[in-house]
Design a protein around this ligand. Sequence first.
Ligand SMILES: [Zn+2]
Ligand SMILES: [Zn+2]
Length: 216
Amino acid sequence: MTRKCINCKIEFPNSIDYFRNETAEACRQCGDYYLTTSQRQFLENHQIYVKQVFDVFGLQKKNYQQKMNAIDKIIGVGANPCRAFGHTLKMLSGHCPQCNTHHIEFTLRWFDNKFVYLAFSQKTQLIKIGVTDNIIKRELSLNDTNYGNINDWKILKSNLFKKAGQVEAKIQKELIRHRVYRKFIKDYKIVYSSEIFNCDLETANSILDKYIASNL
Ligand SMILES: [Zn+2]
Ligand SMILES: [Zn+2]
């Protein structure tokens, strides 16, 4: 048995996977249908398109994350009210975007079309994996800022990914046992690099190649 969504006019199976309940008019993919005026305003203020909204009403976090990931949705509507203020929007991560707007920037970064790069320092034989929208500028800034107390960074390889932040995180996770924390000064403060790895170039290269090949 199918039911037609009043908004997108697509017919979906008549189940809670596709509609929030028996009387729902719009499908879960048309989450924007369920936004209140003030929620709509909030999303607009933070440059989230209403097309990125999914109806998470009655779904457990794991369940909505899986569904949203599959279709590139980043924000849920109809969630359990947050403890602090009873907001009912949720980021893909499960955080309340209205209580803490930095979750929005983080999530948007995650979905940006950007370059994941591999930089190498000949002097120290160390590797950096990162994300940027400008390879040439980034190579300069790594050396200008003396990132990780290193100033001979060369970006050896880069690739444009649709979900650059996600790819970066996956590669860094694979390299985690090689991670080194290097102290350096940034904006007159001591900071520690978290994106530098002490592993051979071949290993890092082949991991990046693997993600390039899988074309995420
Ligand atoms: Zn629909
Ligand atoms: Zn909240």
